[in-house]
Ligand binder design. Sequence first.
Ligand SMILES: [Zn+2]
Length: 66
Amino acid sequence: MADPTEINSVFWNEEKKSWDHKMIQVEEYHGFVECQQCRRPLSHNIKTGGEFKVVYVECGCSRREK
Ligand SMILES: [Zn+2]
């Protein structure tokens, strides 16, 4: 599997009081953590903007409303 060049991350938007998405450019890819339930990626360890970050994504079972 090729490393992703960008990731559609999910984050809590405090102004909108809801979940929101943002495309994050990946400079270096360092793997992911998988969901215990659906076994799909839940968060990715990447470098973006010169910083190491953990970005969260929607896994297969995150369709439920919060
Ligand atoms: Zn899941």
